[in-house]
Every structure is written in structure tokens, then in C-alpha cells.
Design a protein around this ligand. Structure first.
Ligand code: SGN
Ligand code: CA
Length: 534
């Protein structure tokens, strides 16, 4: 046989393999509770996140990126299925078990010839399906010397800090020889409560005083459900568990969560514990000397009475401790994401990889006096979303279209050249990413982009006491219905005039037309997404 014929034959036999090689890899990095206010490419007020900003600087940054249900498990289920909670069945963390037999994006990627891997927080109770390799944290997982569950069911305790360990495992998996394109899901525990920093980062941000957000002293007037929560920094943040004021078991007053705190830091080795204590114990001693008793829960009204009183000073002190510890945890996250970027760069994989950085939801950094999430208000409805694009995708900079976490599944399938099943409720974001290469069809899709997103939160009664609610957000307005148990209230906000959502306009004179339109659009979306709760 002639050499040319031989080569041609060889190419023909390997055609599917060669074609697969040209399909981009996907590296999806999802953190827990990392909010856009604490990411400098979104917000420059608080901290620097140079590595996360690198993704945005070389790629795109979504300025209107939202979740469908602002809570870990539900958010993950939306991402995996491309469907709203009422369709994927995982509506809340407390009672949910994800039905892993259903259609999921990782399974469809596998079918399309991708190798799939998941490392880190899973939080969906059932065993992961659709991954060729996985290693997960049990439930919320731990920051220090965490346990991982392996595919064979073994629970193994690893030495080190969780953010670093998850990155190590993800890089090790990429090092393995693969013939196929891959989708790697790196799911961090950071920066979930109780914001325990890497030991190397304990000293960071200690000389920084963070400005209070403008709506810190919210009195919740006109918003009944907002006034009923258990997520106020003053009244609900635990002085031991959250702000880490702990001397020793004997010398620390017992709080509601102090035994949970002892369990978390009890995972440190004696040497690590000495380093940890060398930082927090002196701070704690000073704290208890200054505040004595009556330091823990502040009454609700103290949130709105800034008068230099003892309560107001303590409230601000708690806020500073919260911001500092959260910032430390984000610092290591940023560094570890940098390691992933460096790895892809040094291995020549940047041009052929879609890198996505996002979080399972946003978070309150003192806005409305809160920590935590759950509400459909902007800080927790939003989630950061930046992407580094494969070479042929030319869009750069800010993308303002409204996108949601149900869009990730169809986007990845589209990128893999796999068909997008009709029952997926999200839409592919690829048309927004093509830039100059956009086809007529893409331009049409952009022109007809969604004008509203739908949201539904279910976890009540539960921790933090956020009432169930659903609603829609357009580029200008937001309509929310809080329902069930002890509430049945509607809220309407003009996001342009009232970006902090302090003035509920529902039922106000002059709002009749907008209110009617928003109701109509809400009903349309509930029909479109087939939500039985309406
Ligand atoms: C834990 C936290 C809550 C948090 C939920 C859900 N409490 O229960 O503050 O809202 O997780 O978070 S803690 O005392 O255990 O820290 S989620 O991101 O996993 O949905
Ligand atoms: Ca979360």
C-alpha cells in the first residue's frame, strides 16, 4: 500500500477521535456563597481578587447573572439539569434527595463523548451520577483536614485546607492521560459559613476597616418577610461559631453553636491548632474583657439605632470580623483558581478550554444588616459569572443580557456539539459568546433574548427563617410573592430608582400599570416553566 493511502486510511479510522479532540474542554469552577461584592472585577469597594479578575479580563463578565433558587442543593440541581427546582425535584436542602436517575448535563456530555469529573462539594445527598470520576465532601464538608468520599464509598480524611486539596485533586485528574475532551467540575466549599481561613492567611485584612454598605441599618419597613428572618449580623450571628471568639472550652461562654465550632476547629492537628489559637485567642481575650456578658445576640432594634451606643459599636465590630474572615477565605480561593489557570496555560490548554467561574448563589455582606442568602433581593439572586472562552469565541468584556444557572447545561451541551433536549428550560449562552463570529441565527437569538427571569425559593420552615417566595425580575422591576405559613405579601421594586430594594411599591398609587404588567409576565413565565405553584 502506498504511504499516502495508508495515512488516509489511518485518518479515516481515527476521524471521530480527531474530531473529538478539537472540541473544547470545560473547566467549571463553582464556589459556595461567593458573592460579586467580594470580587474586584465586579466591585472594587472591599478586596482584590486578581486571579478571578484575570478570567474576566481575558474573557467575559456577566453583569446580570442570577440563580433560580438561592440555596446550595437547589442551585446545584438547576445547574446539572438546566431546569427549575419544581422540574428537577430538588427544591430545598432540608428534605431533598436528588434523583440521580434523571437526565443531567454530565450524563449527556458523557454520551457526546466527553470524560467527566467532579471534585468537591456535592450536597445533593444521593450518589453522583454522570461522572467518570468523582470525589466529594460529605454534606457541607469541612475546611480543615476534611473528609472526602471516594467512588468506592470509602471516607478518607485528607491533611490540609479544603480549597487547596480540592484544587490538588482537580489538577491531578487533569494530569491523567485522556483521549477525549473533558468536563471538569471543581466545586469548592469556600467561602461558606463559618468562613474558616487557611492558616497562612490568618493575618490578612486585619488592619482593614470595611465600609458599611449603605442599607446596613435597614428597618425592613414595608417588607414583612424581610423583618421576620434570622439572618441579622447583630441578632443572629453567633459570637463563637461565626466571629470565632473562643478562648478554651472552660473560658468561653456556651452559645447555641459553640459545640459546632469546637468540632470544626477540633479537626486541626495540635501544631495547626497552636497557629490558629495564636491568632484568635488573644483577640477573643480582649473581646471578652471589653464586652463581658451580654455580647452575643443584639436585639433587633439595634440594627436601626445607630447612635454610638454599646449595641451599635458591637454590631459594627461583628461586621468587621465577618468581613475580614470572609475576605481571608476568598483570598485562598483566588490563589487556588490562579493555580488552575496557570496549569491550563502551561499545558497549552487555554485556547481549547471554556473556563467558567461562578458561585452557587450570591450572599449578603451586611446589606439589610444580613449575612446568608435565600431571598430574591439582588445580592443573593445574583451570582458572579465570568468566563474564559475557547479561541474561536471572540466576545470580550461585559455581557448585560439576563442569564441564569439553568443556562449552564444547555451551554455546555451546545459547546460539545450535543443536541439540547427539549425539556431543558435554560438556553445556550453560546450566541452571546461568539462576538464577530455570530451567525444570523445567533443575532436573532440575542435580539429575542429573555426579558425576565423566574425565581422560586422553598426552604421554610428552616434555618434563617426566610419565607417561601417566587417572583420575576426584568431589567427594571421585580415582583415577589411571599406565601405560606404566616405570610401572604407581594413586593414590587423599581430597581432603577431603588437599587437597594428598600421601598416596596406594591399597591402604591401610580404603580397600577407596572404592577399589572409584572403580574401578567409572572403568570406567563409560570406557565412557560410549568410551575404548579401559582
Ligand atoms: C448551613 C448554615 C446556614 C446556611 C445553610 C445553607 N448553618 O446550615 O447558615 O444557610 O448551611 O447553605 S451552619 O450553622 O451549619 O453553618 S448552603 O449554601 O449550603 O445552601
Ligand atoms: Ca451556597
Amino acid at each position: 500500500m502506498k504511504r499516502e493511502t495508508c495515512l488516509l486510511l489511518l485518518a479515516a479510522t481515527h476521524a471521530p477521535l480527531l474530531a473529538q479532540h478539537t472540541r473544547p474542554n470545560i473547566v467549571y469552577i463553582m464556589t459556595d456563597d461567593h458573592t460579586a461584592q467580594m470580587m474586584s472585577c465586579y466591585d472594587t469597594r472591599y478586596i482584590e481578587t486578581p486571579n478571578l479578575d484575570r478570567i474576566a479580563a481575558d474573557g467575559v463578565r456577566f453583569t446580570n447573572s442570577f440563580v433560580a433558587n438561592s440555596l446550595s442543593g437547589p442551585s446545584r440541581a438547576c445547574m446539572l439539569t438546566g431546569k427549575h427546582s419544581h422540574k428537577n425535584g430538588f427544591t430545598n436542602n432540608e428534605h431533598g434527595i436528588f434523583d440521580g436517575s434523571q437526565q443531567t448535563m454530565p450524563k449527556l456530555l458523557q454520551r457526546a463523548g466527553y470524560e467527566t469529573c467532579l471534585i468537591g462539594k456535592w450536597h445533593l445527598v444521593s450518589t453522583p451520577t454522570g461522572f467518570d470520576h468523582w470525589e466529594i465532601l460529605p454534606a457541607q464538608g469541612d475546611y480543615y483536614n476534611p473528609t472526602f468520599i471516594q467512588m468506592n464509598g470509602r471516607h478518607v480524611v485528607d491533611s490540609g485546607y479544603v480549597t487547596r486539596l480540592i484544587t490538588d485533586k482537580a489538577l491531578a485528574w487533569m494530569d491523567g492521560k485522556r483521549e477525549k475532551p473533558f468536563a471538569l467540575f471543581i466545586h469548592h466549599k469556600a467561602c461558606h459559613r463559618a468562613w474558616l481561613p487557611a492558616l497562612d492567611d490568618l493575618e490578612l485584612y486585619e488592619d482593614k476597616t470595611f465600609d458599611l454598605p449603605p442599607e446596613f441599618h435597614d428597618d425592613y419597613a414595608t417588607r414583612e418577610a424581610a423583618g421576620k428572618t434570622e439572618m441579622e449580623i447583630g441578632k443572629d450571628m453567633d459570637i463563637v461559631y461565626d466571629t470565632k471568639m473562643y478562648v478554651s472550652h472552660a473560658e468561653t461562654p456556651a452559645t447555641r453553636l459553640s459545640s459546632s465550632y469546637e468540632r470544626m476547629i477540633g479537626r486541626l492537628s495540635p501544631a495547626e491548632r497552636s497557629r490558629y489559637d495564636a491568632f484568635y485567642v488573644p483577640l477573643s481575650k480582649t473581646f471578652y474583657q471589653e464586652w463581658g456578658n451580654g455580647y452575643n445576640f443584639l436585639p433587633r432594634q439595634s440594627q436601626s439605632s445607630i447612635d454610638g451606643s454599646r449595641d451599635a459599636r458591637l454590631l459594627e465590630w461583628k461586621y468587621q470580623r465577618y468581613m475580614r474572615d470572609y475576605a481571608k477565605v476568598v483570598h485562598s480561593l483566588d490563589q487556588e483558581v490562579g493555580r488552575v489557570l496557570d496549569y491550563l496555560e502551561t499545558h497549552g490548554m487555554l485556547d481549547n478550554t471554556l473556563i467558567v467561574y461562578t458561585s452557587d448563589q450570591g450572599f449578603y455582606m451586611g446589606e439589610h444588616g444580613w449575612f446568608d442568602k435565600r431571598f430574591m433581593y439582588e445580592e443573593s439572586l445574583a451570582t458572579p459569572l465570568v468566563m474564559h472562552l475557547p479561541k474561536s469565541y471572540q466576545r470580550r468584556g461585559a455581557i448585560d443580557e439576563m442569564v441564569q444557572n439553568i443556562d449552564y447545561a444547555p451551554t455546555f451541551l451546545d459547546l460539545a456539539g450535543a443536541p439540547i433536549p427539549k425539556d431543558i428550560q435554560g438556553v445556550s449562552l453560546l450566541p452571546l459568546l461568539k462576538g464577530k463570529a455570530a451567525t444570523k441565527e445567533d443575532k436573532k437569538a440575542i435580539k429575542r433574548w429573555r426579558d425576565a427571569i423566574y425565581y422560586h425559593y422553598y426552604e421554610y420552615p428552616a434555618e434563617h427563617d426566610v419565607r417561601r417566595h417566587y417572583g420575576i425580575r426584568t431589567d427594571r422591576y421585580k415582583l415577589i410573592h411571599f406565601y405560606g405559613h404566616d405570610v401572604n405579601t407581594w413586593e414590587l421594586f423599581d430597581l432603577k430608582k431603588d437599587p437597594h430594594e428598600l421601598h416596596n411599591l406594591y399597591g402604591q398609587p401610580g404603580m397600577e400599570r407596572v404592577q399589572k404588567q409584572m403580574h401578567r409576565r409572572l403568570e406567563q413565565l409560570q406557565i412557560q416553566y410549568d410551575d404548579p405553584q401559582r
